[in-house]
Write a protein that binds this ligand. Structure first.
Ligand SMILES: [Mg+2]
Length: 184
């Protein structure tokens, strides 16, 4: 590969590398078996709580900011192999992740998760920011519609395919087809 094809590829963490929605749902069903639950496939909204009645907002938030939540997420199949392959192909891969405002457990557990599941070399590739438009890159792989920020992004967002982003028109990929979609 020549340098003109070398890309800076920014990759989101939650529901791109780590199964956030699925872990939330597992805990929710276990702790609140009497309450309504929404499968990932039926989730029309990116924010978990927006798929639920508003009175559950605080209960839902408590699960996602509690000690141990981020550390307990399972890896999305194929993610590690994809990141390793991108590096081998000569691309610059960065994990760009937004911490929760209630950051006490989220931030250290996100770092520990990356070390455990992806390895130390990817810890060194973390960019922690609540404004991803400030980060320069060619591609942002993110499941979130309408990534907010103060800048016009330098990157093109390609969705990591999830049920709640399918009504938007961006290009989309999974770890099964990313090389074809991105032309890597
Ligand atoms: Mg995400």
């Amino acid at each position: 590969m020549n340098n003109t094809n070398k890309k800076i590829i920014l990759i989101d963490q939650d529901d791109v590398l780590a199964n956030y929605h699925a872990r939330f749902l597992e805990i929710w069903k276990n702790e609140h078996p009497e309450k309504v639950w929404v499968s990932l496939a039926d989730s029309a909204e990116y924010d978990v709580d927006k798929n639920y009645p508003p009175e559950y907002r605080d209960l839902i938030e408590e699960i996602t900011v509690r000690k141990g939540f981020f550390g307990s997420l399972s890896p999305i199949s194929g993610a590690k192999e994809a990141l390793e392959t991108m590096l081998v192909l000569g691309h610059d891969v960065r994990i760009v992740t937004a911490p929760k405002r209630k950051h006490t457990f989220c931030v250290p557990e996100k770092f520990a998760w990356i070390e455990k599941h992806l390895g130390q070399k990817f810890v060194e590739r973390i960019v922690l920011t609540r404004d991803k438009t400030l980060v320069h890159g060619d591609i942002l792989i993110d499941d979130k519609p309408n990534v907010p920020g103060v800048c016009t992004p330098s990157w093109e967002q390609v969705f990591y395919d999830q049920p709640y982003n399918r009504r938007y028109n961006n290009r989309r990929l999974t770890w099964a087809n990313y090389q074809e979609v991105l032309g890597l």
